[in-house]
Design a protein around this ligand. Structure first.
Ligand SMILES: *[C@@H]1O[C@H](CO)[C@@H](O)[C@H](O)[C@H]1NC(C)=O
Ligand SMILES: [Zn+2]
Length: 200
């Protein structure tokens, strides 16, 4: 194959997908009970922590995702694991509901935002550099793919709900990032989607 054709294919693949996202099949997700789509690009990004176990390799992170998915689907009775993507301290991003689905992560905002949740409790320390880099990269990829607007605003879960999430240390760090929203977010009124699920 001509070199330039290979280059074009590589470029197209880079635009259409995010490198290093561990797919649902790869981590062993259960099928979703149902799927609700939202319109993209979204202009809000919410950051969470799980306040559960840390994980540092793909096996442990996959196990933790299954624990969280079971908890969300069986105990909370949600359709699926709540977040759009999960991030481990192995430096990998894990597909949860993905880019296009309404989540169950941020009450009132699930149909106009994507949520990234870092696995662990980040009250007393920030996520490691691998996890922070993975978070920045997947947001950049979301912009390239047309799933997140260029001028998006980032918030912590605590900005819209009484919760420690995403942890005191992590939240303090996020406040220094360029897209952090320092004023209270205002939900767009044009959305025709319905809030079908709640979350903490
Ligand atoms: C979730 O539900 C299962 C089955 O009913 C129960 O055994 C378990 O303790 C629950 N987990 C939590 C964290 O509430
Ligand atoms: Zn949260």
């Amino acid at each position: 194959m001509d070199t330039y054709i290979v280059l074009i294919l590589c470029f197209a693949r880079g635009v259409m997908s995010c490198d290093n996202v561990v797919t649902r099949d790869q981590w062993g997700a259960r099928p979703s009970k149902s799927i609700n789509l939202m319109s993209t690009p979204v202009s809000f990004v919410f950051i969470h922590h799980t306040a559960m176990s840390y994980c540092f390799d793909q096996n442990a992170c996959s196990q933790e995702l299954k624990v969280i998915q079971n908890f969300h689907m069986d105990n909370r009775t949600w359709d699926d694991i709540g977040y759009n993507f999960m991030i481990g301290e192995d430096g990998q991003v894990y597909e949860a509901r993905g880019w296009d689905r309404v989540g169950a992560h941020t009450h009132g905002w699930n149909d106009v935002a994507v949520a990234f949740s870092v696995m662990g409790n980040f009250n007393d320390r920030v996520p490691n550099d691998k996890a922070l880099t993975a978070l920045k990269n997947v947001i950049a990829c979301g912009i390239r793919m047309g799933k997140i607007t260029h001028n998006y605003k980032m918030y912590g879960h605590r900005d819209v709900r009484q919760t420690e999430c995403p942890g005191n240390s992590f939240y303090a760090l996020l406040q220094t990032w360029p897209h952090f929203g320092h004023t209270k977010p205002v939900k767009p009124t044009s959305s025709s989607h319905h809030q079908t699920q709640t979350s903490d």
